[in-house]
Write a protein that binds this ligand. Sequence first.
Ligand SMILES: O=C(O)CCC(=O)C(=O)O
Ligand SMILES: [Fe+2]
Length: 377
Amino acid sequence: MNGSAADLAKALNVRQDGFYRHQLVRDLFEKEILAPILARKATVPDGSPASKAILDLFDRYEAYCLSGQFEQRDYMLLRALYIFTRNGLCEEIGNRLKGLFPPQPIDVSGTLFSGDADRVGAAAEALRRDGVYRFSQPLPTAFIAALRDRLLDCDAYNEHGRHIGERYGEGARYRRIFVAEKDLVVIPEMVQLATDPLVMAIIQANFGCQPILNTLATYKTHPEPADGFAQDADAAQAYHFDFHTFRWLKMFVYLNDIGEEAGPHHFVKTSHWNRPDALWREGRIPDREIDAVYGPNGVSTICGPAGTAFIADTSAFHKGSLPTHSPRILAQFEYCNSLFGPEHLVGFEQRHGGKLLLESALRYGSRTAQRFLMRYL
Ligand SMILES: O=C(O)CCC(=O)C(=O)O
Ligand SMILES: [Fe+2]
């Protein structure tokens, strides 16, 4: 698509998500979850009344529906309201999206995760309850080896997206290095994973609406002595929750063997909903606080051979950890129910490369594929 057609398509796409302020106001303010807040005349942390903050958010959402524009202050407002309403507001808006984009039947027979093909419902339920679902078998060794080889050949970037002039296979001077998304969208194995029909079906079942692909990413973490909490926090290696939009899920795929020493992912099951007031706050959370609240069995440490894959609701507490002797390579795919969230710039090269994604996603039908790829097309 050329520039103006793409802009138009984007505007239309966004617009078809649009449900407007008056509707939201009418519906949401009657909801039990918001009524008590209003009755308390509660204030959000900056001192403004919650009801005003919610109305402001609806204004911003309406503006986004019309223009596709999202600003940093919108993010701050939504994030504050997410915490303030304990996810209630995001959930309510997510419920509206279910009606607008009802789930479509998905034929999962071509999935890479054949051992889990009959477990869509179980996986969606595990995600709702625990916040994490681990696929029962690792992905095929040859598939993972091919993907890893392709990645190791790519250019490397640092945390801030700066080209660091080394191959991804090297780059060990840095704690964490990345591959540009434009280079990922042309790797067939990345595209195959991103558009896998079983993954699509699980995400759709969990959201209750057709998903949108938000990002493809990969990063490689190198061993380095742990040198303090603050620095760990930079690399998502202290407990935190993510916040991207109303609702999202991430699929993680380990591309090398991950034992205790190779930086496994730690996930605090149920903490996306089971969270005391004291933990509904901004900032990284020290391990001892997580341990005190969730107990010794509250944290799942996810180890496994190359090809181990899991889907996580990263609104729960989680962290990576530092590998102590071998590097860790991970691929990550994020899905969301709306693009009302920080915009990732998608340049010409990603759009161009997005053709592979489109070809693969078209099996879901053109409307579902269009929504799935609305960030890229
Ligand atoms: O590297 C990890 O295991 C965790 C990274 C993380 O926090 C995230 O992807 O949201
Ligand atoms: Fe995170």
